[in-house]
Design a protein around this ligand. Sequence first.
Ligand code: BG6
Length: 485
Amino acid sequence: MTKGFPKNFLWGGALAANQVEGAWNVDGKGLSVADVAVYKSNLKLDDYEGHVAISSKMIEKAAADPDDKHYPKRRGIDFYHHYKEDLALFAEMGFKTLRVSIAWSRIFPTGEELEPNELGLQFYDNLFTEMKRLGIEPIVTLSHYEMPLALSLKYNGWVERKVIDDFVRFSNVCFNRYKDLVKYWLTFNEIDSINRHPFTTAGIIPDRCPEGKEEKLIYQALHHQFVASALVTRDCHKIIEGSQVGCMLTKLTTYPNTCNPQDVELTLKKNLHNYFYSDVQVFGEYPVLIEKMFERKNIKIKMEPTDRDILKNNTVDFISFSYYMSLTESAKDGMERTAGNTIMGVKNPYLPSTDWGWQIDPVGLKISLIELYDRYKKPLIIVENGMGAKDVVESDGSIHDDYRINYFREHFKQMKEAVEEGVELFGYTSWGPIDLISAGTSQMSKRYGFIYVDQDDEGNGTLKRSKKDSFYWYKKVIESNGEYL
Ligand code: BG6
């Protein structure tokens, strides 16, 4: 029987450019969809039921605002200028890998230029070179909620097929430039999230979709992303010898609230819908039941004659996914509901919750690993997992985040069991190894890190980095390859 984690297991952390870099208007960077996201003191539960409201008016107003005050992702944690110091801390924890994204609008400010912005490229040259020097393997996401805003405003984002060419051009520039530094690539972060927040994921502005057509346009845009993902997978394999390309899924493992067959059926359908997104990227074709759903809803996806071949011939090498919590579903109305990661579910009485209501379920991670491996039989990597919490800095500067240590410990135990049962898991990157700006609410006070950053929700603070108790704990976990938990 396999004992413990594999020898070269990639332990590390994961970041997204728009949540850490700041420097939103520095060195030629253009505005991205993230730069117009406003701070919310918290999402209301209702916000999760539909799409978080965003309108053309709000976007245009924000785009014209030169200030970073109301748009925390514009300032991030100033990783752009602190990356060396931050990488040194990750190296001190023993990181084998770090997942980062490349901000598309740093390389192509409006997305449509034919020549890339050299200063933007240089930043990632420096970043990846420093990572390599420290023995940290880069895993790079090409699209993590940060497409150039200009593409969103001009084309309603990915709704327009033309954006595929812009993305392929951007990706090819990255592959050629970083071919000696980066071997692992992810195409679209949480590609399934297009259905939950179409603006953030794909630049789709709801009030620019003709009445009653929004869902259709979302699936059309998704199709364009699938094709783009396949095309860049093909190009990456051609340009970078030995490269590995993965899809990235929000794993929304859902349980039936009871054994009432109606609950079970509803849950089955939710889980199948979640798999739809990775199925296309792994099997290279749309699931039959999804095509039937499109027929029933009269959704006709416009495809070029070669699209199905492109999908079939360029599938991914591995599956990456995020896992924060599980969900529960019930066919009955009126059940108490709670928040998850931009989604709601029925409250599960067996699980505790974070300060943000996300239900903590380590066994759900093991279930997810087993399901994914059984379905796809491809290597897996967990590229996001963690808990957002309010940390307290003691008078001596220490931060005792035992709740975070407990969260990780319990999840790691389940990961280890899954590996020992035969799941091929080659890495784990915690979400936000350093505190960063929340994707959902743009809060700074929703902290995920092993490293604390002195900055509040309004952007006040010295940006000084300090180590939480979990920093020392994770270091030991990595040192012992997951034996010390
Ligand atoms: C994932 C995203 O869905 O969840 C991250 O890929 C995000 O970008 C993370 O930060 C946690 O969500 P939040 O809203 O707490 O930042």
